[in-house]
Design a protein around this ligand. Structure first.
Ligand code: 5AD
Ligand code: SF4
Length: 472
């Protein structure tokens, strides 16, 4: 399999352009009396959030400042998602607004990157309809951004790089993270599963794992800077290491992270049910720092639909895993992803999904109406249900799950939870928010100085989407 490791030499080439950009930006600052400002927006999953942190890391080194306000910016970068159509439409909407801004501010640089533009038909549409976009680069060109941006700024013409590849790993791209207490760490990129509805394998390339030592070094560096909660990221973490020439699998990697002094909490996502081993279940059970929480996408509760989706497990196999998880790790928080309205799904199929929700009783679900993705096998299928029927089913599912969410949260009444304090409320400076071991949002009154600390909170008022409590 062709995983390209970006060599130190190749990265050094890219880095030269960071230096060149910096020179250009210093001149800009001298002429304008202020730094050149960048504004980034991220759509989609945590992998994209992590990629944007790399983009910001490179921009920071290249002498850009940052602004939250697109109108104030000299450079706007949208890091896009292709998983569902509505995420794409939002980006097209934003590009429309930027067109007006650019009419009064022609020097504004507009860049679009990520999964959406890795699809050729979207790239073509942007070039045709949104000719005010100056720079387009796909997921595989991320580490080349300094050169592409330098060319955009100095050559004054549209630069496009959506070169396809099975995928590359570049270890040296700097990362600028927003928060100190917790961090996302990518352990692998891409996906080999080709679920029939999903665009990810086409835009992110084949599965490729980072070397354990690179991951562990990154985490040690984070801990040295005060980070205590680590979330390991990959499209299918359960197949971590299969492409490496070591014997280390995901459970082994988790144990190694668990052994790092200073790490307090470990989370991970996403787990594909077909690859979830007993060894992993025992590792979650036995390692004190691994949060007792699992996100395990079900997608559908009907065997026929699971087969049509190419998921490689049956409802029975999935439920057996859940049973084992609940037996070995009592109180484990379970969440899932569900797609409603897959083309071949009938209402009896949908009812089977509802039955699984009622029997597993997830703490939360992320539910999506199926979105047709050009180039995927499911895009060729006819729909069994009308739009109206699909929406009706979707609403029914939300109603069922909302009730379960509330009931699951009510179980926390009077319990004392350990909470990592993450934020101070925007509207009330005396209200803090954080998460318990299971990842549930907890709100309570407290002093802002507690941010980043672990505190005990007694849950006094469980609600549907959060737990309200009192600091102990
Ligand atoms: N339509 C709707 N939802 C999708 N997902 C992936 N592809 C699609 C699609 N075409 C959902 C799956 C996946 C989550 C990240 O997004 O549930 O687990
Ligand atoms: Fe998409 Fe399936 Fe891969 Fe997840 S496992 S990214 S749903 S193809």
């Amino acid at each position: 399999m062709a995983t390209t490791i970006i060599t130190k030499e190749q990265w050094a080439e890219s880095e030269k352009f960071i230096t060149k950009l910096k020179e250009v930006n210093i001149r800009f600052a001298q002429q304008n009396g202020r730094m050149r400002l960048a504004h980034t927006e991220t759509y989609g999953c945590q992998q994209n959030v992590n990629d944007t942190e790399r983009i910001r890391g490179m921009l920071d080194k290249a002498g850009f400042g940052f602004t939250d306000d697109a109108k104030e910016a000299d450079l706007v970068i949208y890091n896009t998602c292709a998983v569902r159509e509505n995420a794409e439409q939002r980006v097209f909407g934003r590009l429309g607004i930027l067109k007006h801004i650019k009419e009064t501010k022609p020097e504004l640089i507009v860049a679009v990157c990520g999964c959406m533009v890795q699809q050729e038909h979207i790239c073509e549409k942007i070039k045709k309809v949104h000719d005010h976009v100056d720079l387009i680069f796909g997921t595989h060109a991320l580490y080349r951004m300094p050169e592409l941006l330098y060319r955009t700024i100095t050559e004054n013409e549209t630069v496009v790089d959506i070169t396809n590849s099975d995928g590359a790993i570049c270890e040296d791209v700097p990362i600028l993270r927003d928060r100190a207490e917790k961090a996302w760490v990518s352990i692998m990129y891409g996906c080999n599963n080709f679920c029939t509805y999903c665009i990810v394998p086409y835009v992110r390339g084949r599965e490729r794992s980072r070397k354990p030592e690179d991951i562990l070094n990154e985490i040690k560096g984070l801990v040295a800077n005060g980070t205590t909660e680590i979330s390991l990221l990959g499209q299918n973490v359960n197949s971590y290491g299969k492409d490496l020439d070591t014997e280390i699998d995901f459970a082994d990697l988790l144990r190694m992270v668990n052994d790092i002094e200073g790490v307090e909490r470990i989370r991970f996502m996403t787990s594909h049910p077909k690859d979830l081993s007993d060894k992993l279940i025992y590792t979650i059970r036995d390692c004190d720092k691994i949060c007792k929480q699992l996100h395990l996408p079900l997608q559908s509760g009907s065997d026929k639909i699971l087969k049509d989706m190419n998921r490689h497990y049956t409802k029975e196999q999935y439920l057996a895993i859940v049973e084992k998880l609940k037996k070995e790790i009592p109180g484990i928080t379970l969440t899932t992803d569900i797609i409603v309205g897959f083309p071949t799904e009938t209402t009896p199929d949908f009812r089977e999904t509802l039955e699984v929700l009622k029997s597993v009783r997830y703490d939360n679900i992320f539910s999506f109406i199926y979105s047709r993705r050009e180039g995927t096998p499911a895009a060729k299928l006819d729909f069994a249900l009308s739009d109206e029927e699909i929406h009706k089913n979707f609403e029914e599912m939300l109603e069922v799950q909302n009730q379960i969410c509330l009931e699951k949260n009510l179980e926390y009444k009077d319990k004392i939870e350990t909470v990592l304090v993450e934020d101070v409320s925007d509207t009330e400076p005396t209200i803090l928010t954080g998460r318990n071991d299971g990842g549930k949002l907890v709100t309570f009154a407290g002093d802002a100085s507690l941010k980043g600390k672990y505190v005990k909170v007694k849950i006094t008022k469980p609600k549907q989407w959060s737990l309200e409590g009192e600091l102990q």
